[in-house]
Design a protein around this ligand. Structure first.
Ligand SMILES: C[S@@+](CC[C@H](N)C(=O)[O-])C[C@H]1O[C@@H](n2cnc3c(N)ncnc32)[C@H](O)[C@@H]1O
Length: 175
């Protein structure tokens, strides 16, 4: 367990409007600085290739929210993936097409480290949930486990962006 001091000092905290560009920049700076402490704190709980939806410990293996029996052959997107543990678990379950995005490069460097240690690799991209670098209607499943959406100023706009890349009738799931 890390000490609070290992996380970046948020500085002066205030409540005011922020546009998506400012918010993504702030999120990237904070999560880049916090990623080492976050992975040290939560890595064992998350597992390198496990899918934990939330701090209460709900797992995809137990809850089957993504209905893998039906969706396994589709294209999956994880938003706000951290070190992509969830996407890695999906790969271990036979999902062939999954990509994971996070705004923080340092989180994705942890993804590369875990890929190298365990041998299950996940394609990742550094991207803001508010402006996903994908075409319309190109994923069958889009999901997020406490990634991105609690950290943007207008979650409804970010949800619309997730909806844009999800094909009609596709599955969206977030905790
Ligand atoms: C609480 S962590 C959860 C990460 C991962 N889902 C997990 O369960 O460990 C939140 C993640 O959201 C990412 N994030 C925050 N704002 C984001 C944004 N605007 N776009 C994409 N990712 C973002 C952070 O970098 C961080 O990795």
């Amino acid at each position: 367990m890390r000490d609070e001091a290992d996380y970046p000092d948020p500085g002066r905290v205030e409540r005011r409007a922020a546009d998506p560009v400012e918010s993504a920049r702030a999120g990237r700076l904070w999560w880049d600085a916090a990623a080492d402490a976050y992975q040290a704190d939560h890595g064992a709980f998350l597992g390198d290739a496990d899918f934990v939806w939330c701090p209460e410990g709900l797992t995809e293996a137990g809850a089957d929210l993504l209905d893998l029996a039906r969706t396994r052959d589709g294209r999956f997107l994880e938003v706000g993936c951290g070190a992509a543990q969830c996407a890695r678990w999906l790969r271990s379950q036979g999902v062939r097409e999954v990509v994971a995005v996070d705004v923080a490069l340092r989180q994705l460097q942890h993804a590369r480290r875990i890929d190298g240690e365990g041998g299950i690799t996940v394609p990742t991209a550094q991207a803001d949930a508010q402006r996903l670098p994908f075409a319309d209607n190109c994923f069958d499943v889009v999901f997020s486990a406490f990634g991105a959406f609690p950290f943007v100023p207008a979650a409804v706009d970010a949800l619309a962006e997730a909806g844009r890349v999800l094909r009609p009738g596709g599955r969206w799931c977030s905790r």
